[in-house]
Design a protein around this ligand. Sequence first.
Ligand code: ZN
Length: 611
Amino acid sequence: MNNPHSLFPDLAVREEHFSPRGDSTQLVEGNSPTLAELTECLFFSPVDGRIWLNDQRMLLLHSSSFGALRREIIERQGLEQTRGLFTRTGYLSGARDARLIRERWPDADAAAIFSAGTRLHTLEGMTKVEPLHFKFDADSGFYEGEFLWHHSCEADEHIAAYGIGQDPVCWTELGYAIGYVSGLFGRLVIFRETECRGMGHETCRVVGKTAEQWGNVEQDLSYLTASAPHAPLRPRQAPAPAPEDDGELPGGPKPIGASAAFNAATLALQRVAPTPATVLFSGESGVGKELFARQLHQHSPRHLAPFVALNCAAIPDNLIEAELFGVERGAYTGATHSRPGRFERAHGGTLFLDEIASLSLPGQGKLLRALQEREIERVGGGQPIKVDVRVVAATNVDLRKAVAAGDFREDLFYRLNVFPITLPPLRERRDDIPLLINAFLRRFCQDYARKPAGLTMRALKAMLRYDFPGNVRELQNLVERGLIASEDGQAIDLVHLFRNEPIPQELYSLDDNGSLAASDQSPAGTQPRPALLETLTRLEQDFSIEGLESRLIEEALQHSAGNLAAAARLLGLSRAQFAYRLKKYQQASACDAVITPHAPAALRVLPKSDG
Ligand SMILES: [Zn+2]
């Protein structure tokens, strides 16, 4: 993801698609991304308490709360510090939006992509951006643009708190422009307000140029740098890994997430990993317990020794003891040679026991003894063998309940439950869904040597609202399925992802008037039917067009007492048209009552022709 040539770690530019030069005169009305397409990216999931801009979670904040926060920070930190803080906040938003546009419209023309930032900035409610002109040439590193900002939200709040002053005040919005344009251009483009409503001007006027073109940008840069207020940014600093970069550890893929619930589990893991303590992971099936256990092993002093996993539910009761502790030759019929068990194979390392609750009571007793004595005996062998193993267990059932029910030994429970870590189900960390989709898509694209065009908007929406009863594993399967079912260069759509999974919640997008409206992107079957169809289907359960037509013909005939011309008029038909339809249903009723089960029954008693 990271481009070593970009100035900022999260500003990797897709150079392969980026046309190097262009200007505002090249803007073509209707070129993607259009305002309608951008608006489609913003959707609300009120039942679930989330607002999304494509795959980014958004916040609807009262402008006045933003103003109050801004004012309080100014009072605590002073103007300059606060200006830096808000410039950086805006910068992050702009850079995020640049990434959204690049990833969603990788092939859009450059002028349209630059102007999409002004539309997004407007859509997000900060200010109404009016581009006056802009021009860029990536090859020579030239950028120049001038914009008007109407009714800037930040200027409103600043004026409300402090009145008209000497300096420009639209800090967040400037940061946004810097983040967005730099994020697309791959070079630092600095924006300055040459006029600002906060200084008494009618509108804010903003000019953007590259740092080189401006010349002296020390002060502008100071607002972009968090740690040292007056030190300029170091160009080409080593990029830090972005959170979605799943740089693979020697132990394989690592858990992916950035949500609070995920972070809590990760922090707990990092805390306990260096210790020798026994760890008990609990969580629903598919949340990634083994992945976490491997991660624990990787972060422990035992990481060079083996990680051995055993799913207790996969081994029959009568074999589990041999699996855990090994077998001496001749221990039972079929034991033709000696072999070590998982404990011995994990010596010096970590033994991961998944679905520990499915271990039989005798098996539990033997496991407890091994944990207490730190030695095992092979089945059929008399010699105790010393083992140095860290046991990590996992369960998808509540072990306390299993203890209460007499299914699990209480002493073993306490032996295992030294450091419990609960892994949240995916539906409780929905914010991680975009990260996971991205990571799995990249992994499978590599595995399958495929190049899909990403996910369609409605597919992404469906993924974001789906409950994932099978958790991360299910999401992984859906992504893999979607990739297999779609063609190269084709975006993965609903039809590629979901087969019979229920997608329950309503989702809301903005309609043409900017009001919230139920998303029309639901898969077939989950949307309410249109009004007329709804009415008709309520009238007749097995509604069909033919059935409707035959009933209309029948009723018209009845109403006109069998007069064809009068009946035809009632239905807006000519007499010939009516007669043709009538004949069709008469024949259908005579030949094949199965085809139109309603109509012929009604038409069986045929009126006399008035001919
Ligand atoms: Zn301003």
